[in-house]
Design a protein. Structure first.
Length: 227
């Protein structure tokens, strides 16, 4: 990061330390401490995205001690869209100047009822209970995926709703996505996440949260034969 700062004169750093998308990695405490030391040395502002933090009990419990990017709509329902953004715990003194509401471009600015509903759901414990149930659901789906993808090269977080599948040598990422689409299965190719064009790994991201458990079970049982 220091090399990147010297070459590009960074003013801010965006990180997703908990259940990173698409690889599912969670940054260990020692790495966070190392990163904090570099951040303070370079005097950078950090935007910490914890959109999947509610799926990790340790991260969720730490919300009361650390301010970070969070999404009420992800933990609850997609139609409830008030998201809150504030500076990361990595850089508490930046909180005053780095707090923004997130507006969904398709729906326009959120109406007052969305904020009121979000506040009420958090205050009465509904969000906490939904988050608990989603953690159970995510773990169940990961167990199902592990069962059907046994023998494949998979990188996954047992607490997350997505995983990273390295494809067998005879498949290319975009070709595999097209073949899956013909079976009405939507996958995300590695090129979507590649920082440098032409350097994407031969892999796809599988999102496990959208289908019902029965649909996921049925699709998994039939879709990986012959891969």
């Amino acid at each position: 990061m220091q090399k990147a700062h010297r070459e590009a004169h960074l003013s801010a750093l965006y990180i997703q330390p908990t259940i990173q998308n698409p690889l599912g990695m969670t940054m260990p405490p020692a790495r966070r401490a190392d990163l904090l030391r570099v951040i303070e040395k370079l005097d950078l502002t950090v935007i910490e995205d914890t959109v999947y933090g509610f799926l990790d009990e340790e991260t969720a419990a730490g919300r009361a001690r650390a301010r970070s990017a969070a999404s009420c709509s992800t933990a609850c329902r997609r139609r409830l869209r008030p998201d809150w953004r504030s500076a990361s715990s990595f850089r508490r003194r930046a909180c005053a100047r780095a707090s923004w509401p997130r507006f969904d471009r398709a729906d326009g600015p959120p109406r007052d009822y969305a904020f009121a509903a979000g506040q009420r759901l958090m205050a009465d414990g509904t969000v906490a209970e939904l988050s608990r149930l989603k953690r159970i659901d995510a773990a169940r789906r990961q167990q199902m995926a592990a069962k059907y993808l046994a023998g494949f090269e998979v990188q996954a977080n047992p607490k997350s709703y997505h995983l990273w599948l390295t494809l067998p040598p005879h498949w290319r990422s975009q070709t595999f996505v097209a073949a899956a689409a013909r079976r009405d299965i939507a996958l995300t190719p590695s090129t979507t996440f590649a920082v440098t064009p032409g350097h994407a790994p031969n892999a796809v991201r599988l999102a496990l949260g959208a289908p019902t458990i029965d649909q996921l079970d049925l699709a998994s049982a039939h879709s990986w034969r012959g891969c």
